[in-house]
Ligand binder design. Structure first.
Ligand code: CP
Ligand code: NVA
Length: 305
């Protein structure tokens, strides 16, 4: 296992499957008292340069349940916000803590942090990737569909950090993925090139949401304007018209499909209220699984579990 959890592409299918197994086991054994406290006395620094509900709470609760302690560090109220170099932050935190989780903008920031830190660094979302979320999502698929093998996954919407990470997941785990993204909002070209160079499964990008969702087992979407793109909201609303998970698009997928959204959702933009509240939606299990998969990631990286 690598020291850090920055992107799925650094890991083999075996390693990621192992993390999923550990997360499922930790979920089952969460009431096991002392046996569960595998990170007793360890501390996780949690750096946030963007807002969060799920990531912050699930990491903080997760490290606590494992017997450790999480420190919330907002970049705005730390010296990072005043321009202290990331490499100096990395070396300082490495003298106090046992791991760092960071949510930030560029992927190069988490990479630099990891390069200078002597402790594990976990990516809690960048503009390019959201690996903890996709691992929680795959875990949710396993629970609802008894595995991911042979399923068709569909993505409708922005070619953003979530879409990029799904592309990596499809290549590594080996499931088929069809993404419908409007022109100008395609996934990262380098991520796609890498995924297609290693994938044995099919990874298709289209501008037709109907084609992507047709007969799909797993449907996914995300907000049209991600954090940092708020000023593009209006332009994006125009570009993404028609790229919505609604009764009609969901009706083209398999009858027993599951609908996922990493949250927060903008109801009646990328997903209708009816669909997110409907019988196919698994968004609350998905949100819960952030806790379990991140405990597995921390246990493996910080505790050698
Ligand atoms: N899905 C997710 O990462 O949620 P938060 O932005 O609330 O952390
Ligand atoms: N794509 C979204 C995901 C939020 C969890 C964003 O980056 O804002």
């Amino acid at each position: 296992m690598k020291k850090d959890f920055l992107a799925l592409n650094a890991f083999s299918k075996k390693e990621l499957d192992g993390l999923l197994d550990l997360a499922l086991e930790l979920k089952k054994k969460r009431k096991d008292g002392d046996k569960h406290r595998i990170l007793k006395g360890k501390t996780l620094a949690m750096i946030f340069e963007k807002s969060s509900t799920r990531t912050r709470v699930s990491f903080e609760v997760g490290i606590y349940q494992l017997g450790g302690h999480g420190l919330f560090i907002s970049s705005g109220t730390s010296q990072m916000g005043r321009g202290e170099p990331i490499k100096d932050t990395a070396r300082t935190l490495s003298r106090y803590c046992d791991g760092i989780m960071i949510r930030t903008y560029g992927q190069e920031i988490v990479e630099e942090l990891a390069r200078y830190a002597t402790i594990p660094v976990i990516n809690g979302l960048t503009d390019l990737f959201h690996p903890c979320q996709i691992m929680a999502d795959v875990m949710t698929v396993i629970e609802h569909k008894k595995g991911y093998k042979g399923l068709k996954f569909a993505w409708v919407g922005d070619g953003n950090n979530m879409a990029n990470t799904w592309i990596e997941a499809a290549a590594i785990f080996g499931f088929d993925l069809a993404l419908a993204c409007p022109d100008g909002y395609l996934p990262d070209a380098k991520v796609l090139e890498w995924a297609r160079s290693v994938a044995k499964s099919s990874i298709v990008v289209t501008d037709d949401p109907r084609e992507a969702v047709k007969d799909a087992d797993v449907l996914n979407t995300d907000v049209w304007a991600s954090m940092g793109q708020e000023q593009e909201q209006k332009a994006r609303e125009k570009a993404f018209a028609g790229f919505q998970l609604n009764a009609e698009t969901v009706g083209l997928a398999k009858k027993d499909c599951i609908v996922m959204h990493c949250l927060p959702a903008h109801r009646d933009e990328e997903i209708t209220d009816e669909v997110i509240e409907g019988p196919n939606s698994v968004v609350w299990d998905e949100a819960e699984n952030r806790l379990h998969i991140q405990k597995a990631i921390m246990a493996r990286l910080m505790g050698g579990a």
